[in-house]
Design a protein around this ligand. Structure first.
Ligand SMILES: Nc1ncnc2c1ncn2[C@@H]1O[C@H](COP(=O)(O)OP(=O)(O)OP(=O)(O)O)[C@@H](O)[C@H]1O
Ligand SMILES: C[C@@](O)(CCO)CC(=O)[O-]
Ligand SMILES: [Mg+2]
Length: 379
């Protein structure tokens, strides 16, 4: 039997990091996906194929464990109906299984993803043999939610494999609300292994799609009433969300009052941004874009004060400003991707010039459609 699933990456328009500390944030799905194919051997062939294999196709990497080895190392404390957190001890056991795979040193950043794979797979499907094939259109560790898309696509495929009513040949279809809620909870548990202390915004927007306002786990789906075009620039500076999130927490411990004010300011920015995007007033698109530009500028300043910007991000901001375009980092920062608002009045020539200059620094620029579908499955 074969099941496929896909889940989108995301951009955060306002509120990253502060959202971990209870502020509001606004995020939208983008049309770049992570795909998972789950192949289960036929019952009769299962005894001859007793391995769990993970293929990361884009990286030409394959990892494989015998089911007997998994049973030997992972304590069986899973329960398929209620998502639970991976305990520190289980994570240590899983780390042994990951180490045995001798991941190439230059790809060692994959370890947390592979641990997450083993945790989610064995928790949801137990110790059954399978081959799981993963491909992605998202850059790894760049602020576009590659970790969340990975967790959401994987849990979608795992949950879909146990759905009895499999309507075949109908192309991509969404999951029902109950399964969406379930897979989002599992994906959040997976994100905890990768991010340490995630807010849950990335897995939620990847699971549900569209554009959302998110605050302390509460989701409001936003209906955009204006065109919103963003240029995405990948600085290609590698970074790690877990380290950046913990850096902000440490700063908050050192300066609680100052950081509280920063988080409150971000909360106001996200709420104002959500209101502008949804507003049906007579205010012109140009005026709305001017307000969004200013909010992005203030948000970037506050991200700077949280210590999560980077010289490569500053270069993108300075370069786009030369062309009168406003930018802010998106996701965890520290390098990764930067968003630049492309107002409706801006000509293609201006954008082309800005892109040419950005690419001359070795950055990669692209656009993506904003606010599309969330997780989908296909039989
Ligand atoms: N397709 C994938 N296959 C395996 N592991 C993945 C995949 N995508 C992401 N990961 C794991 O997620 C890690 C990157 O997650 P991280 O949260 O640091 O960045 P991001 O999710 O791309 O950015 P952000 O969290 O800022 O949106 C990788 O180091 C890897 O462990
Ligand atoms: C930096 C952060 O706010 C967003 C990463 O895309 C972390 C999180 O919310 O989990
Ligand atoms: Mg992430």
């Amino acid at each position: 039997m074969e099941v496929k699933a896909r889940a989108p990456g995301k951009i955060i328009l306002a509120g990253e990091h502060a959202v971990v500390h209870g502020s509001t944030a606004v995020a939208a799905a983008i049309d770049l996906y992570t795909y998972v194919t789950l192949r289960l051997p036929l019952q009769s062939a299962a005894e001859n194929n007793d391995r769990l294999t993970l293929q990361l196709k884009d990286l030409s990497l394959e990892f494989s464990w015998s089911v007997a080895r998994l049973k030997e190392v992972i304590p069986f404390d899973s329960n398929t109906s209620t998502p639970a957190s991976c305990s520190g001890d289980t994570l240590k056991s899983i780390a042994v299984l990951v180490e045995e795979q001798n991941i190439p040193e230059e790809k060692i950043w994959l370890s947390s993803g592979i641990s997450t794979f083993l945790w989610l797979y064995t928790s949801i499907r137990g110790f059954s043999p399978a081959t799981v094939i993963i491909t992605t259109e998202l850059p790894y560790g760049s602020g576009l939610g590659s970790s969340a898309a990975f967790c959401v696509a994987l849990t979608s495929a795992l949950i879909a494999s146990s759905i009895s009513d499999k309507t075949r040949g109908e192309g991509w279809c969404s999951l029902d609300e109950t399964n969406l809620e379930l897979l989002n909870k599992w994906a959040f548990e997976g994100e905890k292994i990768i991010h340490g202390k995630p807010s849950g915004i990335d897995n939620t927007v990847s699971a549900y799609g569209n554009m959302i306002k998110f605050c302390s786990g509460e989701i409001t789906r936003l209906q955009s009433n204006m065109p919103l075009r963003m240029l995405i620039t990948n600085t290609k500076v590698g970074r790690n969300t877990k380290a950046l999130v913990s850096g902000v927490s440490e700063r908050t411990v050192r300066h609680p009052d100052a950081m509280k004010s920063v988080f409150n300011a971000v909360d106001s920015i996200s709420k104002e941004l959500a209101a502008i995007i949804q507003s049906k007033d007579e205010v012109s698109v140009t005026e709305k874009e001017e307000s969004i530009k200013e909010l992005m500028e203030i948000n970037q300043g506050l991200l700077q004060s949280m210590g999560v910007s980077h010289s490569s991000i500053d270069t993108v901001i300075r370069t786009t400003l030369k062309h009168k375009l406003t930018s802010k980092l998106t996701g965890a920062g520290g390098g990764g991707c930067v968003l630049t608002l492309l107002p409706t009045v801006v000509s293609g020539t201006v954008v082309d010039k800005a892109v040419e200059e950005l690419e001359s620094y070795g950055f990669q620029c692209f656009t993506a459609s904003i606010g599309g579908n969330g997780a989908e499955i296909c039989f």
